[in-house]
Design a binder for this molecule. Structure first.
Ligand code: NAD
Length: 504
């Protein structure tokens, strides 16, 4: 079964049934910019039917710590599309982030943030920048699995999954195809994280091969982020995991000069949410001076998503023309290019007056040029042969000399498992560590089968039964060792599926 992510069928059919949209007016400037946005959408003939939902500050303050009314969930699941103005998170503890709640509850796996320079009307050093960041939204270090394990050490689990990678990477290529983009760049750090980022990269290469007409390239995230900041015009679509995406999408918005103008989309299998990237701006709320462009751009992306690409282009072209002609809200007003400082409502009227016009200098909107359809196939698991080869036992030990714990554990290892090595913060410290390596109270002790050949540079492991692991743990515990966690060592389809210690 295919998951339909974009309904391109209503592209030309003006008599088609109206598409239901759950609309959250938000807080602060939210109602003003939403009013302006909906007025423009209506004037342009967008075929939508808004249903208003309650979320944000008032809901929080009524004692609902999630910030969203119960009956709003029903409207969302009926409409499947949300257009959301920014909300205010009240100060103080106990309030949950509404965005995280919506993203996780609704499975919004992709965060899509286009950033296009509007030079010279909006100041930027990169006049030709036109990049879309596709960020994985649910996994990675944001899974929120953190533990303190010893006095000195805390850990956060980085989870990268095959279905998660396939979904986001395929989405990036399908997005490129649907919107006529030419290149997809993958950003990873697999020179260090060979299994997690390695999987993301491997799946990128697999999926890229299915799109021969789209150029693909991979970059290590550190140099990739540096190049993005210095030469953003070299990038088209970038796909990356959650943390890297969080960072580079802010870099992109900042250097594009359009933080206040950019919209973003959060895409799920059945539900999608569109919003501006800025907040509720309480300092200018109620003054009719906020720029509605961020939310308007989010709404344009929403129209493209539901297949109303021609209307999306019409609105975008009118918006670009308005900016070109110098009708600017206070936040982007400048002496060189502005001819009139307009209010929120005047800006909306100026866009409406220009519906049907095309920009003369800025590039025209071309959302209707793509195929207009994104489909993501259901994930199909391929079962692999899984074999246990040993166990990493993490021990809280307050000594500082690796030789000491190494000798204790070498004597303890018994039955069918033996100690292979010990690392501290990933660096091998036993056997034959360097005395300069700083050691904490967190020791990773690797046990493998007694008949494994561990003297090779690529050791030959032997199968281990889980009962042997249990027996080892019991023995370690009885000898007074403080076992804080274990990680089983596996091979899948005969391939080692754990990293070596640094220096191993
Ligand atoms: P903000 O983005 O609301 O404001 C930062 C500055 O930018 C302010 O000076 C503001 O006046 C200006 N600004 C923002 N949007 C503007 C617009 N459309 N037109 C003109 N000027 C604009 O950030 P903040 O002040 O840090 O946050 C205010 C509230 O918004 C907080 O409660 C925060 O939690 C919330 N917030 C919500 C979202 C969201 O709902 N997605 C995102 C970010 C912040």
């Amino acid at each position: 079964m295919e998951a339909e992510l974009l309904n391109g069928s209503s592209k030309k059919n003006k008599t088609a049934k109206k598409v239901k949209i759950a609309v959250a007016q938000g807080d602060g400037i939210g109602p003003e910019i939403m009013g302006a946005t909906l007025k423009i959408l209506k004037a342009a003939g967008a075929n939508i039917e808004p249903s208003f939902i309650e979320l944000g500050e008032q809901v929080y303050l009524s004692g609902n710590t999630s910030g969203i009314e119960k009956n709003a969930w029903k409207t969302i699941s009926d409409a499947k599309i949300i257009l959301k103005a920014p909300v205010t998170t009240p100060q103080g503890k106990g309030y949950k982030s509404l965005n995280v709640t919506l993203r996780k509850s609704l499975g919004l796996f992709a965060n899509v943030r286009p950033v296009t320079a509007l030079h010279p009307y909006v100041k930027t050093n990169f006049p030709n920048m036109d990049v879309v960041i596709v960020r994985e939204n649910e996994e990675d270090l944001y899974a929120g699995i953190e533990h303190q394990q010893t006095n000195d050490v805390v850990q956060c689990l980085k989870l990268i999954t095959r279905p998660g990678c396939e979904r986001i990477i395929r989405y990036a290529f399908e997005y490129a195809k649907a919107y006529g983009r030419k290149k997809v760049t993958c950003m990873i750090k697999d020179n260090i994280m060979k299994l997690t980022d390695g999987l993301f990269h491997k799946i990128f290469v697999e999926i890229a091969a299915e799109y021969p007409n789209i150029i693909n390239e991979s970059q290590i995230i550190d140099i990739g982020a540096a190049h993005l900041a210095a030469h953003p015009e070299r990038y088209d679509v970038i796909v990356t995991s959650n943390l890297y995406g969080d960072i580079i999408s802010d870099i992109a918005a900042e250097i594009g000069g359009s933080v206040g103008l950019a919209g973003s989309a959060n895409i799920g299998k059945n539900i999608a949410m569109f919003e501006a990237i800025h907040g509720s701006a309480p300092d200018i709320a109620g003054k009719n001076k906020a720029n509605p462009s961020g939310l308007l751009n989010a709404a344009i992306n929403m129209l493209a998503y539901i297949g109303q690409t021609e209307i999306a282009d019409t609105i975008k072209n009118a918006w670009l023309t308005t900016l070109e002609e110098g009708y600017h809200t206070a936040d982007i007003y400048n002496n060189k290019f502005s001819i009139k400082k307009v209010s929120t409502s005047e800006f909306a009227d100026a866009v409406i007056e220009r519906l049907g016009e095309k920009p003369k200098k800025l590039p025209e909107s071309t959302l209707a040029n793509g195929t207009g359809k994104i489909t993501i196939p259901e994930y199909k698991r391929k079962e692999a042969d899984k074999q246990l080869l040993g166990v990493d036992v993490f021990i809280d030990w307050k000594g500082s000399n690796p030789e000491e714990i190494g000798k204790i554990l070498s004597n303890i290892s018994a039955f069918k498992l033996k100690l292979k090595m010990i690392t501290n913060r990933g660096v091998k410290v036993y056997p034959k560590g360097l005395k300069e390596t700083y050691c904490t109270d967190h020791w990773r002790c690797r046990f493998v089968a007694i008949d494994a050949d561990i003297n090779n540079s690529e050791p030959v492991y032997k199968p281990v039964e889980f009962e042997q692991v249990i027996a080892l743990l019991s023995k370690l515990h009885n000898e007074g060792m403080d076992v804080i966690k274990t990680e089983n060592l596996y091979e899948f389809n005969g391939k080692r599926a754990f990293s070596l210690g640094q220096g191993e």
